[in-house]
Design a binder for this molecule. Structure first.
Ligand SMILES: [Zn+2]
Length: 99
């Protein structure tokens, strides 16, 4: 009985594509829809049935999108900075190895 309840709950939360597979549940990263979840056919693009649907019909508030994009920008800048520091440390370790 409990198992049946869990299965029906899973059925409610999952969607099937036109091929009959459980659709993937992914997060969009495009500027306008960042953080928005969607369902799509799990097959590769060439074999896909083309099923694709937003999970939430509603977009995130514009302020939330702006904050997320700003944080992504800061994260990208920090990755660049980290790589610079990493190459400096690598250079220092090479020099240290020569001494
Ligand atoms: Zn499909």
């Amino acid at each position: 009985m409990l198992e049946g309840s869990i299965n029906s709950l899973e059925t409610l939360n999952s969607r099937r594509c036109y091929c009959g597979f459980n659709a993937l549940n992914l997060m969009a990263w495009t500027d306008l829809n960042v953080g928005r979840r969607f369902h799509k056919c799990p097959r590769p693009k060439v074999n896909s049935c083309g099923y694709w649907e937003w999970q939430d019909k509603q977009q995130l508030p514009l302020r939330a999108v702006a904050v997320i994009l700003e944080l992504i920008g800061k994260l990208d800048n920090m990755k660049v900075e980290r790589n610079k520091l990493k190459s400096i440390v690598d250079g220092m370790e090479r020099v240290k190895g020569m001494i």
